[in-house]
Design a protein around this ligand. Structure first.
Ligand code: ADP
Length: 427
């Protein structure tokens, strides 16, 4: 709960930050706009001196104005281009490097722009999206056109230019905000994952404690009965009770081994103690009690240990759990009387352990998902089957930790086959 309050505070802070930054950005844009106006005013002031002073630009301007007023005057083909070049040069001189970043256009017109004496291609007389500046040209120019000539400068896409000038602030701001948002997303993801994990752990522990109570209670009672039987010299009874104690002990052992699955929740910190052993003898130790479970449900179990070389280097506790998990699932996910086949075979330099059932099967598109933590195939009628969706994830982690492979083959309604492939450990 406290964590979610922190998340809430972080979200509000992030939104606040975005808002403040947006406001700063707007203020920054306004400031840049004012600075741009100032720079252009200064530049136009300098240009004015060139346009009215005694120099080549003024002389070309006057000739340009005269030629426009009097169409009969001999046309000077190169004059407009030469004048444009000179004005470009002046703009670059007075606006400096900024002029290279600006998309600008200019024109020489009369006062109300009815007459355009000279204009660069991108000049738009009544452009609204442009920033426009103008400057009346005094001196001898008005006499040349019998009007008040204006020099007009236009900045196209001024917002791009202004944003470009603020890029050094905008880009890091956007990057940092995105990074913060990403971290927030991860925080939320981890928190909900942790919550799920806690719930599962509690469930797991509750179930386990509950299930341990019965055999522990039975063992206590059976031990007392055993003692009495021994005292009374009832050999048959004593043996029967000892057998029952052994069975209950198996149940406890199974539960305790499941606790190892719980450890798989925490990641890869498995304590592995690998030793070279014969897999067939390990299987042999497990088959007996499992067969009893299958038979108790009127089922059939087949064991075919076909591998010629069954020597592997494995952690016996974990590998036993792996096989037990696969066998349990084979039994769990079957309707009616179950059929489970456990077999081994050699494949090149490996040993393949196969657990097959004729159960409900797994849909094709879920066959890889079932190895994910907490994943359970959503199936209507068999949801009473107990489970946490951890078994196969544990199986995969252990098989991987042994450098092996796990494969699944399944068809809906026909059954499933899980294969664990382990490398053979030669003598
Ligand atoms: P759990 O059995 O505790 O739900 P597992 O990780 O062992 O978790 O299995 C994940 C899911 O894969 C199960 O919920 C089940 O839907 C499906 N599954 C596993 N083994 C089989 C099988 N032999 N036949 C059909 N479905 C299976």
């Amino acid at each position: 709960m406290r964590n979610w309050i922190i998340v809430g505070i972080v979200i509000v802070s992030l939104l606040g930050l975005v808002f403040v930054q947006y406001d700063y950005l707007r203020a920054g844009l306004l400031l840049e706009h004012t600075r741009l106006d100032q720079r252009i005013d200064d530049a136009l002031g300098d240009m004015y001196l060139k346009l009215v002073g005694d120099n080549e630009v003024r002389e070309m301007t006057v000739r340009m104005l005269v030629s426009k007023r009097n169409p009969l005057a001999s046309p000077e083909y190169l004059l407009p281009e030469k004048l444009k070049d000179s004005i470009h040069f002046l703009i670059r001189t007075f606006l400096g490097a900024d002029s290279l970043r600006m998309d600008y256009a200019f024109a020489l017109t009369n006062e109300d722009q009815e007459q355009i004496f000279l204009a660069t291609n991108r000049y738009i007389p009544e452009g609204e999206k442009q920033l426009s500046y103008h400057l009346p040209i005094g001196g001898i120019a008005p006499r040349a056109c019998n009007c008040t000539p204006y020099f007009r400068l236009q900045i196209n896409n001024p917002v791009n230019y202004l944003l470009g000038r603020m890029a050094y602030l905008i880009i890091p701001t956007v990057i940092f905000i995105l990074l913060l948002a990403l971290c927030l997303g991860l925080l939320i993801y981890y928190l909900s994952y942790q919550r799920k994990l806690d719930a599962i752990k509690n469930d797991f522990i509750n179930n386990l404690t509950h299930e341990l109570k019965t055999p522990v209670f039975s063992i206590g009672m059976l031990s007392r009965m055993l003692k009495t039987a021994v005292h009374q010299g009832q050999q048959d009874k004593a043996e029967e009770y000892a057998g029952l104690i052994e069975k209950e002990n198996e149940v406890i052992k199974g539960h305790v081994e499941r606790v190892l699955e719980l450890a798989s929740l925490e990641g890869r910190n498995f304590q592995m103690e690998r030793q070279r052993l014969s897999l067939h003898s390990l299987i042999g130790e497990m088959v007996g009690s499992f067969r009893t479970q299958v038979q108790a449900r009127n089922g059939k179990m087949e064991v075919q240990l076909r591998a010629v070389n069954d020597w592997v280097a494995v952690d016996p506790v974990h590998l036993r759990n792996v096989i037990q998990n696969l066998l349990d699932n084979a039994l769990k996910y079957q309707n009616g009387s179950p059929y489970v086949a456990l077999s081994t075979r050699n494949e090149e330099h490996s040993l393949v352990i196969s657990v097959e059932d004729k159960g409900i099967g797994i849909p094709q598109d879920q066959q890889q998902k079932i190895f994910e933590k907490f994943y359970r195939v959503p199936s209507g009628d068999l949801h009473q089957v107990k489970g946490f969706g951890l078994g196969l994830n544990y199986v995969r982690q252990i098989v991987k930790a042994h450098g092996g492979q796990i494969r699944v083959f399944s068809k809906m309604g026909e059954g499933s086959k899980f294969e664990v492939v382990l490398e053979i450990e030669d003598a």
